[in-house]
Design a protein around this ligand. Structure first.
Ligand code: FPP
Length: 248
């Protein structure tokens, strides 16, 4: 099935029969979106959360298998307390709503990151969301919370070292596939496409291990403005590339 969508910028033609399996998005630009409108940054995050709902639902609709989003990084704690609280509040609101609509939407959800510094309430909501949605088929949405790629790798190394110390395994058994099982993303295929809106062109500690062979797509659009058309353009760009994984 081909889908032609024209926009004022350029038209994007997406082959929906050959979508990437896994898309990862750095939801960047909420602050600038708000500033442009003379609104507080927190209004930008609220608009970003709303857009996340739209894009996640659309990903299920088009049959994407995995969507991973960067919602809060290990570095984001350094933001003003008021902004951190607002993001946590939006996450809570999102999870409460998601749990309420779960039987209808049937979106499988997982959380990547070290959840231990989050409030007990938020951790309980995350656990509940994962538990209820465990058996759902269709898209799996992974939300990265207090996530950092380096932190994830270190936690994986510690867990492997602990397993070695307990005599359950040994250093000689460690290969890429085995190590992948010690990461938050265990069981999830690597992202095929990493999208970063808002004009920034860096990974910012997102899925460092998993993005080894990912294609990147950057756009000037700010995350709250990252529409379905924008997603079509990203998909079309991805489909126009030739992935060689180090071969020829
Ligand atoms: C980056 O934009 C965005 C964040 C650090 C927070 C993202 C959070 C949400 C979208 C809301 C909650 C999420 C869910 C899943 C419900 P920025 O603030 O760095 O933007 P700027 O670079 O323009 O300042």
């Amino acid at each position: 099935m081909f889908f032609h969508k024209s926009s004022k910028h350029r038209s994007a033609s997406v082959d929906f029969a050959h979508l990437p399996r896994h898309i990862a998005i750095i939801m960047d630009g909420n602050g600038r979106w708000a500033k442009k409108r003379g609104l507080p940054r927190t209004a930008g995050h609220a608009a970003g959360a709303e857009n996340f709902r739209t894009i996640a639902t659309y990903c299920k609709e088009i049959g994407l298998e995995y969507l991973t989003v960067y919602a809060f990084s290990t570095e984001n704690w350094s933001r003003p307390q008021e902004e951190v609280s607002a993001i946590m509040g939006l996450l809570k609101q999102y999870l409460v709503e998601a749990i309420g609509k779960m039987e209808r939407d049937r979106v499988k959800m997982k959380f990547f990151g070290d959840l231990s510094p989050l409030s007990q309430e938020l951790r309980d909501l995350c656990a509940q969301t994962e538990e209820i949605s465990r058996h759902y088929e269709g898209v799996q949405v992974n939300i990265c919370l207090n996530y950092g790629g380096r932190d994830e790798i270190l936690r994986g190394v510690r867990a492997f070292a602990a397993a070695c110390a307990a005599g359950e395994t040994a250093p000689g058994f460690l290969d890429e596939e085995t190590f992948g099982q010690y990461l938050d993303s265990a069981g999830v295929p690597d992202p095929d496409l990493v999208i970063r809106p808002s004009g920034e062109q860096r990974l910012s500690n997102f899925l460092l291990w998993q993005s080894a062979y990912a294609e990147f797509y950057f756009t000037e659009a700010l995350w709250p403005d990252f529409s379905k058309d924008e997603l079509h353009r990203a998909l079309a760009a991805y489909q126009s590339r030739s992935r060689r994984f180090g071969g020829v």
